[in-house]
Design a protein around this ligand. Structure first.
Ligand SMILES: Cc1cc2nc3c(=O)[nH]c(=O)nc-3n(C[C@H](O)[C@H](O)[C@H](O)COP(=O)(O)O)c2cc1C
Length: 195
C-alpha cells in the first residue's frame, strides 16, 4: 500500500467523549463536552485534559480545583452535543432539564444519565499559549451497577452503555455507524425545548 501525506489533524483517530461537570459560583451545575482527554501514570492512574481558549468550564476548574468527567453514550449524545455547542458564558445554557447528583467523594456535579464518571482533582496544570493541560488525580470512579456485574462479559456491558466516539467532526455509534456531524444531534434538545 502506498502512503500519502495528509494535512495535520487527528482525522481517523477516534476519541472517547466526556462531559466535564463543574459547579458555578451560585452552586448550580454546568457541563461542557470534551475529547482531548487521556490517561497518565504517576504511581497511580491519572487523567490529562486539555482545554483550549477561554471557557466557563476552565474558569470553574481554576476556581474549585475539581471537576467530573462523565462518559458520553449514544443515549445522551444530543444532550452532549448541546453542551459542546452552547457557550457556558451565556446565562441560559443550563435552562434545560438535567438530572444531577453530587460526586461520592468530591464536590462535583455528576450527570445521572451517564453510566460512568471520574471525580477528578487537579494536581498540576500547564498553561500553554492558547490552552491549558490539567493533570488530575482520579479520586473516585462512579459507575452504574450494571458495569460491575461480572456475570456479563465486557463486550455485553459495553454494548449496553454504547459509548460514542468521534473523529472527522462526526459522531459514531459503538458499532461504528455515523450519528451526525458536530452540531447536528443537539437540534433534538432545542426542538424538545421549544415544544
Ligand atoms: C465533539 C466536541 C468535542 C470538544 N472537545 C473539546 C476539548 O477537548 N477541549 C476544549 O477546550 N473544547 C472542546 N470542545 C468545545 C467545548 O465543549 C465548548 O467550548 C463548550 O462551550 C464548553 O462548555 P462551557 O462553555 O460551558 O465551558 C468540544 C466540542 C465538541 C462539539
Amino acid at each position: 500500500m502506498s502512503k500519502v501525506s495528509v494535512s495535520i489533524s487527528n482525522d481517523f483517530c477516534p476519541q472517547t467523549l466526556f462531559l466535564y461537570g463543574t459547579y458555578k459560583e451560585d452552586g448550580t451545575p454546568n457541563f461542557g463536552l470534551f475529547c482531548w482527554f487521556s490517561y497518565i501514570w504517576d504511581s497511580e492512574l491519572g487523567v490529562m485534559a486539555c482545554i483550549g481558549g477561554e471557557k466557563l468550564t476552565k474558569d470553574r476548574i481554576h476556581a474549585t480545583g475539581v471537576f467530573s468527567a462523565n462518559l458520553v453514550t449514544e443515549a445522551i449524545l444530543s444532550l452532549a452535543d448541546y453542551f459542546g455547542n452552547t457557550d457556558g458564558y451565556g446565562a441560559d445554557k443550563m435552562d434545560i432539564p438535567v438530572e444531577t447528583r453530587k460526586g461520592a467523594v468530591l464536590d462535583v456535579p455528576i450527570l445521572d444519565a451517564s453510566p460512568l464518571a471520574f471525580e477528578l482533582e487537579v494536581a498540576q496544570s500547564i498553561p500553554l499559549h492558547d490552552g491549558e493541560v490539567f493533570l488530575c488525580k482520579i479520586r473516585n470512579v462512579l459507575a452504574n451497577e450494571e458495569l460491575a456485574d461480572d456475570t456479563k462479559t465486557i463486550e455485553e456491558r459495553l454494548q449496553v452503555i454504547a459509548p460514542v466516539r468521534t473523529t472527522c467532526r462526526t459522531y459514531f455509534s459503538w458499532d461504528g455507524k455515523a450519528m451526525g456531524k458536530w452540531g447536528e444531534p443537539m437540534r433534538k434538545v432545542r426542538s424538545l425545548d421549544n415544544e
